[in-house]
Design a protein around this ligand. Structure first.
Ligand code: RIB
Ligand code: CA
Length: 307
């Protein structure tokens, strides 16, 4: 199984990403960042997800705000707590002392072949690459849930994780590290519908119930915020599956830039689709397709293994 560090901002789909990563990778640790909710909340939510699922992994809190921009959150999708929906137990465990960036740098320097899966704003990842540029060559790669080879969600052109800290994303996309981008164009193919939630709930174990409660809240939030139908795209699990089950996704090499200045496009990932005519050199493997049925079957099977 791949060695994996997960940087996240739980967040409903982040929690599902944790549940998948724990079963399909050697999960070395979790780092948290301000994003869907403030850092205190995303750290609390990561610890709670581990506690509910009985997962052993250290959690290190990271950046409480982006490199340059003001901190922005997504209570309309994830609730004020960042994990709206399920009745949550009291937290009985604490984050590890020490900082997320230090943990990322030390782990990558000490351990070969580590994948970093980043499913929140890229602030921690950018700070780690700035502090220790040598880790770019040591990492097996970075799999990012972020950006899009098409539509945005926080704005018409920008996806939330990149939009929330575009300066950090630019550091990551220009670092030379091996990069996989799972953007909205692919994550929206991994849509979870009400009958999928019912299938997960029928697994009849506490972790599947927790996941079903999360997905039910998340789907309704998407209905209220976007399309009117109770269905939620499982963004963050796509970035985990790109590492643990790469055969479930199709990626293509592309040159991708992060827009920092556009009045209508700040935070946009500009993907060069010109093919052979492109004067740019590919720096990212961009995901274009996911085998939804295969990914869903794996998710259901994985949730069924929790007790
Ligand atoms: O735009 C989707 C991304 O923003 C996901 O990672 C979700 O958890 C939020 O962080
Ligand atoms: Ca996230």
């Amino acid at each position: 199984m791949p060695r994996l560090l997960l940087d996240c901002d739980p967040g409903h789909d982040d929690a599902l990403a944790i549940l998948l990563a724990a079963k399909h990778s050697d999960l070395l640790g979790i780092t948290t960042v301000s994003g869907n909710a403030p850092l205190t909340a995303t750290t609390h939510n990561a610890l709670l997800t581990l506690q509910i699922a009985g997962i052993e992994a250290p959690v290190y809190a990271g950046a409480a705000r982006p490199l340059v921009a003001e901190a922005q959150h997504a209570p309309d999708i994830h609730g004020a707590s960042g994990l709206g929906g399920p009745v949550l137990p009291e937290l009985t465990q604490a984050a590890a002392g020490g900082d997320a960036v230090r943990f990322i740098v030390d782990t990558v320097r000490e351990t070969d072949g580590v994948w970093l899966v980043a499913v929140g704003p890229l602030t921690n990842v950018a700070l780690a690459l700035r502090e220790a540029p040598d880790i770019a060559a040591r990492l097996a790669g970075i799999s990012v849930m972020g950006g899009s080879a098409g539509f945005g969600n926080r704005t018409a052109t920008a996806e939330f994780n990149i939009w929330a800290d575009p300066e950090a994303a630019q550091v990551v996309f220009t670092s030379g590290v091996k990069l996989i981008m799972c953007g909205l164009n692919v994550t929206h193919q991994f849509m979870i519908y009400e009958d999928d939630v019912a299938r997960i709930r029928a697994l009849n174990n506490p972790v599947a119930e927790f996941a079903a409660e999360l997905l039910s809240f998340y789907g309704q939030a998407y209905a209220d915020a976007f399309f009117g139908r109770a269905e939620g795209p499982l963004h963050d699990p796509c970035a985990v599956l790109a590492v643990t089950h790469p055969d479930l996704l199709v990626t293509e090499p592309r040159h991708v830039e992060v827009e920092l200045r556009g009045e209508h496009t700040r935070g946009m990932t500009v993907v060069d689709e010109r093919g052979a005519r492109a004067s740019t050199k590919p720096n990212v493997q961009v995901a274009y397709r996911i085998n939804r049925e295969g990914a869903l079957a794996l998710l259901v099977e994985t949730l069924g293994t929790y007790r």
